[in-house]
Design a protein around this ligand. Sequence first.
Ligand code: DGL
Length: 263
Amino acid sequence: MMDNSAVGFFDSGVGGLSVYSRFRALLPNENTCYLGDLKNMPYGSKTPEELVGFARKILDYYKKLGVKAVVIACNTSSAIAYDKIKNDYDFKIYPIIQSVAKAISACGYKRVGVFATPATVSSGAYKREIVKYSNHVEVLEQACPNWTCIVESGNIETEDSVADVESHLGEMMKFKPEKIILGCTHYPYLIPVLSRFAPENLFIDPALIFVNYIKSDMSACGLLNTSTQKGYEKFYVTAKPDEFKSNAKRFCELKELPSLIEL
Ligand code: DGL
């Protein structure tokens, strides 16, 4: 495997760009591909069988492209599909939840809230992974069923969207969390709204911890690209290329429309 092979990222839509953009900032010389599975968005309301099927199709596609690693920039897919597919590919696969839990538990918090999709919350993955490393922490996972679609619609600031965000946050605050993990990669797009009702430093966007973990693991595995040139970027979607390009803006300015592909 050449170290200049691309690193593939995927999510149901623009959410994973909150991870992808930080990865590009940290490792600008890597060649990267990003796939937004908009045809199947939102993942958070899908069954485990469906989620495993989506992940397999995407990883099969990346296998054909000859990537050296795939980043599951999606909490829902990491929670539900990762365990089922992790041994079926000969490239490295990085799931977000399992990669950040150790670092979060090492912070020594006693009460941690998690906002995530219904599927992630039903799986209990955040609690299970954090408690693995620290049993002194209480974790409350709360589902926010509308938030992914709010972000993908681009209507973050409407009265209904703001009311939905405020109501979930109000519910969570009863638990008195020291920190709240944004356990869906779409949710960092809502920080401007969340921070109207609570201090911004209450929220943990796991993306930064995640990309630092990926960098050190790729380095340990000899997977880093040694080229000194800026790596290429390729974007793919399974539907709605125009919407993807315009909603991507908060984290990524796309020069062209992403390629529309069928999986
Ligand atoms: N952004 C994804 C996640 O982190 C998927 C959200 C969805 O499609 O419901 O879970």
